[in-house]
Design a protein around this ligand. Structure first.
Ligand code: NCD
Ligand code: ZN
Length: 345
């Protein structure tokens, strides 16, 4: 049995860091584990210009501990007002790596999102020209569609037409949760990649209701049934380069989660690579963790792989019940649970 695992330092290709004074509570968890992270732009107000992205990046860097080197890779939030000029400026900036599409109303802070993707096709054409990837929150918002089917229906109604209409656009199908999404990525040529979160690899939808309703297991896209979880584990551990690590770590204060209208989002940055290691070990695929966590993402984005490494040790530790989050507190994923892999500092 392997007792230490040294891998090329990983990157997180989908992360929410929020803003303001919580940054100093949140950023260190990611910066200790990952070299880079694609930072989501769903702030209030959203990050829609390069200037806003540059300023946000500076605020994140100010929260990185002195002994870490961490590079935030910034994204712009696609709205119906995003212009060709915004895209060209983003592409030339060297700071913005991608543009994020939220269907309006699909998830946390998505009200400025796009109501009908075909309206922004001209801007997506410019992204294709500039080779700037589109990151997609892949769920329809149609209230007629069952919440557990929203990703599969999105593939049919939005993603397949998009792939056909704008063949030059590189797309990341973010936080995939279904066997349908796995199949689509496998059947599409290389310009479609997908991120997979630790929670969708570890849990199925029973976790939402185990022993009473559990708001800390609510995120979007919502957890799915066991057959989908198995398909995701199979994809993540398969070695297929189009699947890569993206935690979707999304902190919300305890008071916003344990609430009559609880927010969507799980926080995993405190133990992200450790949780993925657990999944890969359970699947008998620890030897494939490095490619999923450290190679496939930079290869897809056309960036260099990291040159330093991290080491995980087989050593049990208990995840804290709560973490500091500005003036409030945060209940992390796997709070109070014992994990088997520990990051060597
Ligand atoms: C994210 C958040 O809180 O910003 N929530 C979530 O459930 N994943 C938004 C998102 O990625 O959907
Ligand atoms: Zn997200």
């Amino acid at each position: 049995m392997t007792d230490t695992l040294t891998i090329t330092r990983p990157d997180d290709w989908h992360l929410h860091l929020r803003d303001g004074k919580v940054l100093t509570d949140i950023v260190p968890h990611t910066a200790r584990r990952f070299a880079r992270a694609i930072v989501m732009p769903n702030l209030k107000p959203p990050v829609v210009t390069v200037d806003q992205a540059v300023a946000y990046r500076e605020r994140i860097l100010a929260a990185v501990p002195k002994d870490c080197s961490f590079e935030p890779l910034m994204t712009l939030y696609l709205t119906e007002r995003t212009s060709a000029g915004d895209i060209r400026q983003a592409s030339a900036s060297g700071v913005v790596q991608a543009v994020k599409y939220y269907p309006a109303g699909a998830t946390t802070n998505s009200d400025a999102g796009v109501t009908d993707l075909t309206r922004v096709y001209p801007v997506l054409e410019v992204m294709a020209e500039e080779n700037l990837p589109l990151l997609v929150h892949g769920e329809v918002v149609d209230p007629q569609v069952d919440v557990f089917d929203r990703e599969a229906v999105f593939i049919e109604r939005v993603l397949l037409p998009l792939l056909q209409q704008i063949p030059g656009l590189r797309i990341v199908f973010e936080h995939i949760t279904t066997a349908e999404a796995v199949t689509l990525v496998r059947d599409t040529p290389r310009r479609l990649g997908a991120t997979i979160t630790p929670q969708h690899l570890l849990m199925n939808r029973n976790a939402l209701f185990k022993g009473g309703i559990s708001p800390h297991h609510y995120c979007l896209p919502v957890l799915k049934r066991e057959s989908h979880r198995k398909a995701l584990v199979e994809a993540a551990t398969s070695g297929d380069p189009r699947f890569f690590l993206g935690t979707d770590s999304a902190p919300h204060a305890r008071s916003a989660k344990e609430n009559g209208c609880g927010c969507a989002g799980m926080y995993s940055a405190h133990a992200a690579i450790e949780l993925y290691a657990q999944v890969f070990e359970q699947a008998g695929a620890l030897d494939r963790l490095e490619a999923f966590a450290s190679f496939h993402g930079p290869d897809f984005y056309g960036l260099a792989r990291n040159s330093d490494s991290i080491t995980l040790q087989r050593s049990s530790w208990t995840v804290p019940e709560k973490l500091r989050f500005g003036d409030g507190e945060l209940v992390p994923l796997a709070a109070g649970e014992t994990l088997t892999w520990k990051l060597k500092s």
